[in-house]
Design a protein around this ligand. Structure first.
Ligand code: NAD
Length: 503
């Protein structure tokens, strides 16, 4: 069933079968429609995936619901759910090289990134959430009843899993995102239907193979590939899905939030960003310049927290912009299978068009390209690392998420303006502050309207730290203790004790 694709350096990549995973078994779709999959580095068609319909999604949700209601799943010991996640972590560790090659083929990112970032995150996340499975607890509450009926009232809460979770994921960290949704769902006793991005579904399908090998009970993890407006929408509309865990664009997040109102679904939305990297006059530029470059260029800028706005004190503006530009010029683009390559292609022709259009408009609106600014090769969706200088808040490129290797530099003329410049977008995902003055760092951090502030670093995500955004960057938090609330709900149990029981 599975095909092999050969790539440079002797890499042979196994393509998973074009099926969907429902109730512990691989299936064709009801109507046989497929989606072609392209290698973003060569534009060559490498595979097909199923274009699941609402009928397929319904079968997957019904299976997840049956399993959720089953006494076998309800009664599984929390420690044993954690053990399942640990088994899966071990299998991903075993197959990490193969999975990383598949991620590189499908998404384009360099193999070293797939292997050392994406796979490592996936394994860590399984272990982190696996550990939570046995740590859920409610609380005991003393009550003050209004009725004086001679009884004594007590209450306790227990945290109950929400039910079937729909996990809808994007293409920038495909396997990591799938596990980010699936692992907490399983840890807390939910069941899940995953809908990966149609742009990069292959590692999520391989995840399905490993879920079966690890011995997850049938129906706990189901995977439907397909288009967002069809398979994704069917998941959002399904009455038996009790929660949607979504990462992707703000526009889709808004549709999901609106549609979820019909069935009053719980939602967590991890959406776009326009995060500033703020370099103050006293910053150590040996750290800040490479730090600012590293905030935007890795993963070809396809990172929701990317430091896509570079706000620099006017006194050091030219030095910083020059330094970041030199780094950008030296970055090597190419096939993710070439070990010397630092940046792969963008994920799709659609993304290449989007990035190209936003940069072109930025230049029209007065931004000055210091390097890059265009497509990097005739074949493959490569875009040059780009530094735009002279940014102003009103430009479209200062407001919209580009999701490419493109940074817009803006000068800070007066330190009093930093707060308003930094917060001047509809997003609020992350920000970094580069300074040697710890007072300024903390005082400024408190003024930034976003979910994460980094000081003298950027893009450090940790499973123990809550992650999410304010404003149009989303709703709710993943990671850390916050994640318990995202996948469980409290149930209060209230009792009346007869005060006279002991005379
Ligand atoms: P998208 O939001 O359209 O897709 C993300 C996921 O949502 C995919 O699985 C998609 O199939 C699904 N989806 C799409 N429409 C849906 C619907 N109506 N109902 C349910 N699910 C639906 O994002 P995209 O088109 O792949 O990328 C567009 C832009 O989104 C990018 O340029 C970037 O700015 C942003 N983005 C952000 C992130 C992030 O991590 N925050 C990730 C990917 C893309």
């Amino acid at each position: 069933m599975s095909a092999m694709i050969e790539r440079a350096g002797g890499a042979a990549v196994r393509i998973p079968a074009a099926k969907i995973l429902i109730d512990g078994d691989w299936h064709d779709s009801a109507d046989g429609r497929m989606i072609a999959v392209y290698d973003p580095a060569t534009e060559e068609k490498i595979a097909e995936i199923v274009a699941a319909s609402a009928t397929d999604v319904d079968r997957a949700v019904q299976a997840a619901h049956r399993t959720f209601e089953s006494s076998a799943w309800q009664n599984m010991r929390p420690l044993d759910r954690g053990h399942l996640l640990e088994k899966l972590a071990l299998l991903i560790e075993r197959d990490a090289d193969d999975l990383a090659r598949l991620e590189t083929l499908d998404n384009g990112k360099p193999f070293a990134v797939s292997r050392n970032v994406d796979m490592k995150f996936a394994i860590d996340a399984l272990r982190y959430y696996g550990g939570w499975s046995s740590k859920m607890a409610g609380e005991y509450i003393q009550l003050s009843p209004i009725a004086d009926d001679g009884g004594t009232y007590r209450a306790y809460t227990e945290r109950k899993p929400v039910g079937v979770v729909g996990g809808i994921t994007p293409w920038n960290f495909p396997l990591g995102q799938a596990i980010q949704k699936m692992a907490p769902a399983i840890a807390f006793g939910c069941t899940v239907v995953l809908k990966p991005s149609e742009e990069a579904s292959l590692t999520t399908l391989r995840l399905g193979e490993l879920v079966l090998e690890a011995g997850f009970p049938e129906g706990t993890v189901n995977i439907v590939t397909g288009y967002g407006h069809e398979a994704g929408q069917a998941l959002v509309d399904h009455p038996l899905v009790r929660k949607i865990a979504f990462t992707g664009s703000t526009a889709t997040g808004q549709k999901i939030l609106a549609a979820s109102a019909q069935t009053m679904k719980r939602v967590t939305l991890e959406l776009g960003g326009k995060s500033p990297a703020i370099v103050l006059a006293d910053a150590d530029l040996n750290l800040a310049i490479p730090g600012a470059a590293n905030a935007i260029f890795p993963n070809s800028g396809q990172v929701c927290t990317a430091g896509s706005r570079l706000l620099i004190d006017a006194s050091i503006y030219h030095e910083v912009v020059q330094g970041v530009t030199e780094i950008a010029r030296d970055l090597k683009l190419g096939s993710g299978f070439d070990p010397s390559v630092q940046l792969g292609p963008l994920v799709s022709s659609r993304q290449l068009e989007r990035v190209s259009a936003l940069v072109a408009q930025g230049i029209d609106e007065g931004a000055e390209p210091l390097c890059g600014g265009g497509r990097a090769a005739d074949t493959g969706y490569f875009y040059q690392p780009t530094v735009l200088s002279g940014g102003r808040g009103g430009m479209r490129i200062a407001q919209e998420e580009v999701f490419g290797p493109v940074v817009l530099a803006m000068a800070i003329q007066d330190p009093q303006d930093i707060k308003s410049l930094a917060n001047d977008t509809a997003f609020g995902l992350g920000a970094s502050i580069w300074t040697q003055d710890i007072n300024k760092a903390h005082l400024l951090a408190a003024q930034l309207d976003c979910g994460t502030v980094w000081i003298n670093t950027h893009n450090v995500l940790d499973l123990a730290m809550p992650f999410g955004g304010t404003k149009l960057s989303g709703l709710g938090r993943e990671f850390g203790t916050e994640v318990i609330h995202a996948y469980t709900e409290p149930r209060a149990v209230c009792m009346r004790l007869e005060t006279t029981a002991f005379g």
